[in-house]
Design a protein. Structure first.
Length: 256
């Protein structure tokens, strides 16, 4: 039998953190959020990482299935990645104007991702979703956003609920919430808010598995994840554009 991990040093570190950091660990990994129950059974702080593993401050080795929330798909301390980062760091790190590497990277992304005409960079997912929603509203001149319940799109006020501390009604008044895999409810929302929907912002696991756009036929097909629902097909003469904005799908024309 594998020995039960001890997390006493993590607990000590957490108590230290509570004296200088709000809640000790803020965000969804903080004990106050209830993700780790009981608290004593989970690591709270890491000490090092290598390959597909990280070690907590108690020396327990963990498989990091989350890959550092996504970017470490090649593992920690991959020699090729580390060598490339070290070479660039020797030239420049954080400078007051953009590096020429940004242009090279953007060209690579546009050439690699078939649907990408441009590449835009941000430092985290919250900035990306906020930028997508702002772009959708600017492009459509509409306010309302459709969310799927159980979503997570960042920490900005527009992504929260009215009963969250610090969130006011004006932050979320244009948010519309629909259940997962309920294509009929989604269709009803569009029908009840004709010409008012700026975007549908979709979780990675959300209801709409695919959004198909056929400009030559002026047609949109929304394909639900749940196979019991038939795809929603919209054909309108006034349909003239659709924009895929990160996780947001923005409709310009009054088509619903």
């Amino acid at each position: 039998m594998h020995p039960i991990y001890d997390h006493s040093k993590s607990r000590e570190q957490y108590l230290r953190a509570c004296k200088v950091i709000p809640s000790g660990i803020y965000g969804h990994q903080g004990p106050a959020e209830g993700c780790y129950t009981p608290i004593e059974a989970w690591p709270m702080f890491s000490s090092r990482a290598q390959g597909s593993y990280f070690w907590d401050v108690d020396g327990n080795r963990m498989i990091d299935y989350m890959c550092g929330y996504g970017p470490n798909i090649l593992g920690y301390h991959d020699p090729d990645v580390d060598a490339a980062a070290a070479a660039q760091r020797a030239l420049e790190d954080c400078v007051s104007i953009p590096s020429g590497k940004m242009v090279e990277f953007a060209e690579l992304l546009v050439d690699t991702v078939a649907s990408a005409d441009w590449a835009f960079f941000a430092k985290n997912g919250n900035d990306v979703t906020t930028g997508a929603i702002m772009t959708a509203r600017a492009y459509t001149h509409r306010k309302k956003i459709i969310f799927f319940k159980g979503y997570y799109h960042g920490v900005a006020a527009w992504t929260q609920k009215i009963d969250y501390a610090g969130v006011i009604e004006e932050d979320v008044i244009n948010n519309i919430y629909v259940d997962w895999n309920d294509a009929e409810a989604l269709e009803e929302v569009f029908q009840n808010n004709k010409g008012e929907i700026a975007a549908v912002i979709v979780n990675d696991e959300a209801t709409l598995k695919r959004v198909y756009y056929y400009p030559d036929e002026a047609k949109i097909i929304l394909s639900p994840e749940n196979p019991k629902y038939a795809p929603l097909v919209y054909i309108k003469e006034e349909l003239n554009s659709i924009k895929i904005l990160g996780k947001a799908v923005a409709f310009q024309s009054v088509i619903f």
